[in-house]
Ligand binder design. Structure first.
Ligand code: ADE
Length: 275
């Protein structure tokens, strides 16, 4: 995978990417990274690349020509026209599926905007994908580009070691990951869940799957609604509701929180399990 980044802050990208696992992958030749400073393509040669917006309003707009020149120079040098990702809060929201698709490309160009925006005409001319990393606004496209490059790189063969690629499986089967524990067995009065010390692989796997289901229910119910659930998964989720009922009966008032499911979680589960 070859990454190219059009930016006003190449050092930010270089510093962020040449570190840790991604840095190792670049050094090992599994990834390449080239940054292009848009400022080097300023019209006046004095480094200025922005101007006032037509129609008025606050802030400055990055001009079309320097960006287009930087892009055309790059395309000519590499001899191909890769997809161009423009980072913008107005784009399609990035997710694991998009990362998987983009990881199949050989080359990717990222265009990082700044100030109030970029002249629309150059976006129409060169951009193939408008992408947002979430519903919040950042000061520029550099961090979003690095977020995308990091998550895409994880799927490029050779970037992760065997051990690393087994980690962070969240989302790959549509559920959030289960909690992890390491030594010591007791830390500040908190015990590691006994099942993890039992050596019974079947029970450990079941406990982890149940924890994944519970976490997804708690934090991202919309993912649970879309996940593939087998008989045992449904049985576990049903047991959460049953425990809730049992706690309610024991008290008789209907006010006991049981295993702590909120009313909303209970409603969600009841509906899900009715399907
Ligand atoms: N630029 C500024 N905010 C952004 C966001 N949330 N995603 C992508 N690019 C951005």
């Amino acid at each position: 995978m070859n990454y190219y980044v059009l930016t006003l802050f190449p050092e930010m990208i270089e510093n962020g990417m040449n570190t840790s696992i991604i840095g190792r992958a670049i050094a090992g030749g599994y990834l390449s990274l080239e940054t292009v400073n848009i400022r080097d393509y300023s019209l006046s040669g004095n480094g200025r690349i922005d101007d006032y917006p037509y129609g008025g309003g606050a802030g400055m707009v990055m001009q079309a020509e320097p960006i287009c020149r930087a892009y055309e120079d790059l395309v000519q040098r590499i001899g191909k026209k890769p997809r161009v990702v423009y980072l913008t809060p107005q784009g399609r929201v990035f997710d694991q599926q998009m990362a998987e698709k983009l990881a199949r490309e050989e080359d990717l160009i990222f265009l990082c905007g700044h100030y109030e925006g970029v002249d629309e005409r150059v976006l129409e001319e060169i951009v193939t994908d408008h992408v947002s990393i979430g519903d919040y606004v950042l000061t520029g496209g550099e961090l979003p580009a690095m977020v995308m490059m990091d998550s895409i790189a994880r799927m490029v063969p050779g970037v992760l070691s065997n051990q690393e690629s087994g980690q962070y499986e969240s989302f790959q089967d549509g559920l959030l990951e289960y909690p992890q524990y390491s030594r010591p067995e007791e830390w500040r009065g908190k015990q590691v869940p006994p099942v993890l010390l039992s050596g019974h692989h079947g029970n450990v796997d079941r406990w982890r799957r149940d924890q994944s289901l519970l976490r997804t229910l708690r934090n991202r119910p919309e993912l649970l609604a879309r996940a593939e659930l087998d008989k045992k998964d449904r049985k576990y989720l049903q047991s959460l509701l049953d425990e809730e009922e049992a706690a309610r009966d024991a008290d008789g008032t209907g006010c006991v929180p049981g295993n702590g499911l909120t009313e909303e979680e209970k409603k969600f589960l009841t509906k899900l399990l009715a399907i």
